[in-house]
Design a protein around this ligand. Structure first.
Ligand SMILES: Nc1nc2c(c(=O)[nH]1)N[C@H]1C(S)=C(S)[C@@H](COP(=O)(O)OP(=O)(O)OC[C@H]3O[C@@H](n4cnc5c(=O)[nH]c(N)nc54)[C@H](O)[C@@H]3O)O[C@H]1N2
Ligand SMILES: Nc1nc2c(c(=O)[nH]1)N[C@H]1C(S)=C(S)[C@@H](COP(=O)(O)OP(=O)(O)OC[C@H]3O[C@@H](n4cnc5c(=O)[nH]c(N)nc54)[C@H](O)[C@@H]3O)O[C@H]1N2
Ligand SMILES: [Mo]
Length: 665
């Protein structure tokens, strides 16, 4: 038995350090546990990763290349050698490039395991040299990123550990009990020391149940809620005008926009009472130090960008900067400036860009001028995770679309492949993990050899480049080589050699406005950024009405489940997952818990069990994100109900703008 150290690169804010017990010469993973390498991990990890060893050889795992023999989607394949599979792909790439042009080729990828070496380097170099269409990765964090860049130029956020000494913690649109578990004990310790807790979430999440104030807005109404709180702070002498004058621009415009939303007006659209909004605003204005944790739940709607901006404006208005345990965090990622495309020598490309949220339209819609004829899916499970699922699936069903899926497991998308390529997991390959909730940059070391025929991403893109004559002599060809170039001129490599973890120059718990400042050109917070005002359809902080109609009155949200990371591990959720609904909504429709219901709108329908829940407010229903087709009775998931409309800023996804009706099935 050997004990090896590595790190978890999965798409989660925490980024954990791991200790893995391995049998023999790396033959079998016996156990996976959290270590103290990354202080945030604090020696414990989630059960998903504790059990990852089982995923290595589970029945859905892909361990050999394969070529389709049955109908698209049927899952009938025959095994092939790597040479045969890569030759077939290279031949088809050449054919499509000659017949329809390079832009008919679309690399379709997202975070995968979210590591730095398995994404954005070798792959971009290959596709950008090929001249393929580019993908605008907008499915997550696009509205919050646009807002954070516009207001703060991407200033690094507070460290989660520093929340322990705050006197007020505000948790806005995130459910760390599922999506970043290491924050929860920190909040609990702060509460034990007397801190107050406010949670803003349409659901009674585990933290909402422990909160002093729980604001449960109708999904998509955080913008009026936050603006009303801002207006109240100004009107009641709790805005820090000295700070605003010295360190911000645009605060007068923000104030004017906020004054349009009295607490009563915000109560009217959000369903949160005016008294609760005032109680929150007073507590937020009067308590010091106060820390705000922003998540991603409130960005996924038509108002998501302005909502994120208004929420992130709160600490500026109330003057919560310049002291420890005070400020806000959306992401800690801005602490690192690592140019992976540059390190890989990926050329810039002026090929067209396709928005990821509109991939269904790009694949399925008849647009003879600019078809996509070849799609290469890796690090992504688009049929399970993109909006307008029925349209996305129709796209993949196209007989004249050539589809490559490079995956670890037989996902809903993999079933549609013409050629399937088996990928290694993070226990079998090297990677680097840049945290977005923790300040650690972590080294991911393979703890076992690749299983059977599985290969890491870089190797495959390098082999394809060679087949198409797209390689150059100076190219980095191995992950180690790419890492060396990426970290050249920094001390990160040396730090990681010592203990597998590096912390940025600003340290791992910077105080905002002491150690880190807005990264805007004038180092000020732009509370009413002109460039965003120009692109937002209703202007900066402009509220767009609820998309509900009489036909489809219920707001459907699709939050994360504790047992999956988006659709990763979805193979394990084989029982149909219920739609959650408040008892008032169920009574009005004569529905009872446990029965099968039909949930539908103009985009699609889902057949699933019903669960009556007292954790939701009437008018809002919930069906989780990331489910696979086996998690419902008709093969559709909540994404079949998600509109492929775009958010106000960042062209982000509007999953939580789904409006539906429900009836007994
Ligand atoms: N176990 C697990 N961990 C994960 C993931 C996972 O799928 N499973 N996903 C990872 C990824 S990719 C990401 S981006 C992060 C996301 O992590 P979070 O930011 O926590 O995002 P969500 O789970 O999408 O939503 C969080 C909360 O937002 C609420 N919400 C929905 N609509 C609104 C709204 O309009 N306003 C407000 N205020 N709240 C709303 C939901 O009820 C939910 O409780 O987590 C990462 N970690
Ligand atoms: N309804 C609804 N849908 C949502 C959301 C929502 O709120 N509601 N949220 C969205 C969010 S936050 C996100 S981030 C997206 C995520 O969407 P996806 O990126 O599609 O996320 P995953 O489902 O984790 O899929 C990643 C896939 O990559 C594979 N993979 C992992 N590592 C590697 C590797 O090294 N090489 C290769 N070749 N493959 C690998 C995994 O097996 C997995 O199947 O989904 C979005 N979908
Ligand atoms: Mo995400």
């Amino acid at each position: 038995m050997t004990l090896l150290r590595t790190s978890c690169p999965l798409d989660c804010p925490d980024g954990c350090s791991l200790e893995v017990e391995v049998e023999g010469e790396g033959e079998r993973v016996v156990s996976i546990a959290g270590s103290h390498g990354n202080p945030l991990t604090a020696g414990f990890i989630c059960s998903k990763v504790r059990n990852f060893g089982k995923r290595l050889r589970e029945k859905e795992r892909l361990l050999t290349p394969a070529i389709r023999t049955g109908a698209k989607g049927s899952g009938e394949f025959r095994s092939a050698s790597w040479d045969e599979a890569l030759d077939a792909i290279a031949k088809e790439l050449v054919r499509v490039r000659e017949s329809s042009g390079s832009e008919a080729i679309l690399p379709l990828s997202y975070g995968g395991s979210n590591g730095k070496l398995t994404e954005g380097g070798f792959d971009r170099r290959f596709f950008q040299r090929l001249g393929a269409s580019k993908l605008d990765r907008t499915v997550c964090a696009a509205p919050t990123r646009a807002a954070s860049l516009g207001l703060y130029g991407g200033m690094p956020g507070m460290s989660l550990q520093d929340f322990e000494h705050s006197k007020l913690i505000v948790v806005w649109g995130t459910n760390p009990s599922a999506t970043g578990i290491h924050f929860v004990p920190i909040v609990q310790r702060a509460q034990a020391a007397g801190a107050k807790l406010v949670v803003v979430d349409p659901r009674k999440t585990p933290l909402a149940k422990r909160a002093d104030i729980h604001l449960a807005p109708r999904p998509g109404t955080d913008l009026p809620l936050a603006l009303a709180a801002i207006g109240w702070l100004f009107d009641n002498g709790l805005a820090d005008e000295q700070f605003l004058e010295a360190h911000t621009t645009g605060w007068q415009e923000l104030r004017a926009k906020a004054s349009a939303w009295s607490t009563e007006a915000a109560a009217e659209v959000s369903g949160v009472s005016a008294e609760d909004i005032e109680a929150f605003a007073r507590l937020y204005g009067e308590t010091r130090p106060t820390a705000l944790r922003c998540g991603y739940g409130f960005e996924r709607n038509r108002n998501g960008g302005s909502a994120a901006a208004a929420v992130m404006a709160l600490p500026a208005v109330a003057g919560h900067f310049g002291a420890p345990s005070s400020g806000f965090v959306l992401s800690t990622g801005a602490a690192w400036n690592l140019d992976i495309e540059g390190a890989a020598d990926a050329p810039s490309s002026d090929a067209r860009t396709i928005n990821q949220n509109l991939v269904g339209q790009a694949l399925a819609a008849e647009s003879p001028d600019a078809p996509v004829d070849f799609v290469f899916v890796y690090n992504h499970n688009p049929i399970a995770t993109l909006p307008n699922q029925e349209l996305v699936r129709r796209g993949f069903e196209r007989e004249d679309l050539f589809t490559v899926v490079f995956e670890q497991v037989m996902t809903d998308t993999a079933l549609f492949a013409d050629v399937l390529l088996p990928a290694t997991t993070f226990l079998e390959h090297e990677d680097l993990r840049v945290g977005y909730g923790s300040y650690a940059l972590l080294r991911v070391e393979p703890v076992i050899a690749p299983i059977d025929e599985a290969r890491p991403n870089g190797e495959v893109f390098c082999e394809l480049a060679q087949r198409l004559g797209l390689e150059e002599e100076s190219d980095a060809l191995t992950p180690k080589d790419l890492e060396r170039r990426l970290l050249e001129g920094t001390d990160i490599g040396a730090q990681m050699d010592a203990n597998q973890i590096a912390i940025p120059e600003i340290g791992d718990h910077p105080v905002q406005f002491v150690d880190v400042f807005p990264m805007t050109p004038d180092k000020k917070i732009h509370l009413h950024p002109k460039e965003l005002d120009e692109v937002a359809p209703a202007g900066m902080y402009g509220y767009r009405e609820d998309p509900a109609t009489d036909e489809f009155p219920l707001a459907l949200i699709s939050p994360s489940l504790p047992g999956t990371i988006t659709s990763t591990f979805g193979e394990l959720i084989v029982k149909p997952v219920p739609l959650e609904m408040h008892s008032d909504d169920a009574k009005a429709r004569e529905l009872t818990g446990g029965q099968t219901v039909r949930v539908w709108n103009s985009f699609g329908e889902v057949l699933c069990p019903l669960s009556i829940s007292s954790d939701l407010v009437p008018g809002t229903v919930s069906l989780p994100k990331g489910m696979w087709s086996h998690s419902s009775f008709n093969g559709n998931t909540s994404n079949a109900l998600s509109p492929d409309t775009l958010s106000d800023l960042g062209e982000g996804a509007c999953f939580n703008d789904a409006r539906v009706q429900v009836e007994g099935a």
